[in-house]
Design a protein around this ligand. Sequence first.
Ligand code: ADP
Length: 339
Amino acid sequence: MREVRRWWQSLDPAIRLTGSYLLIIMLISFFFSVVLYYMAAGQLSEGLRHQYLRFGCGPGCDPQGPVGLIVREELAIEKGRLIAQLAYFNILILIMAAASSLWLARRTLRPIEAALEAQSRFSSDASHELRTPLSAMQAEIEVALRNKKLSKDEAINVLKSNLEEVIKLRGLSDSLLRLARENGLDYTAVDLKIATAEAVSRLQVLADKKHIKIVDQTDSAIVSGDYISLVDLISILIDNAVKYSPENSQITILSDTSSRFASLTVKDNGPGIGNTHLTRIFERFYRADVSRTGSGGYGLGLSIAKKLADLHQGKIEVKSQAGKGSEFTLKIPVLKQGA
Ligand code: ADP
């Protein structure tokens, strides 16, 4: 029994599911065939009684006599024919059910397999990203410990460098937690203008360091959303614009509140994104041309932004060409126009 179970477990999941579907269908078909057989056999026996009577073999007639023999032979032939018909019928059902069950099993399993594949890719990407800073820290600590004459300054440098890696790891774990969090959002009426102003003030220091001017021309538009998440979302778009823009450039934030969807566009004069990368930048851990952009990011920002936009029934669109800057537009349903 254990062998059978192990063999069953070793089969392809689509085949196993097909087998289960098939077993259920064939059990039902067999059950109805048996019921049908007994009903038909009952009618045949009734016919037999009539035959006896027709040939003058009433009560008291010897059932072993020639009339009884002929009629019983006929009955046996009819029953045999009925069994054969039911068997053909069941074989036909078996063939049709096998084909349709296999089709159905493959269709059912496709999204599950895709989800599992995405999950395992995510886990392995996340482990890979966690390993890199951990390995760097381990190597630095080991080298420092092996140095018997380690000076105070050298020790401080190791600690500083480790602290940088710890900060990066914390950022990564925060991002992973935000991706895993499905709910917990507190929806209120949020003015996009206020949320954008807060996001801009968060990134002002970074922009100043690169002498980047942020021009915020956002109009007021009230949307239903979680204030903190919306500020996070807009911050991700502005953060990327700052990260990838050259020094002394300008980032412009524009809004359009004329339709049912308020749109907020963050426009930069950075390196832009080539067509081959555009379709993939919202994937987790995807970084376009790391060597050129050299951002040191984990490729999680836009996937978090997309998830937050989805949670607000909104979407993010991107227009960009290599060498010609980028425009990221957040579209989100409006509650009512602001003053
Ligand atoms: P990262 O942490 O690497 O910035 P994101 O998910 O935010 O991760 O972005 C994914 C990739 O998209 C980035 O690695 C970068 O190559 C590209 N990208 C995003 N925003 C911009 C931008 N404003 N200009 C140029 N490239 C960008």
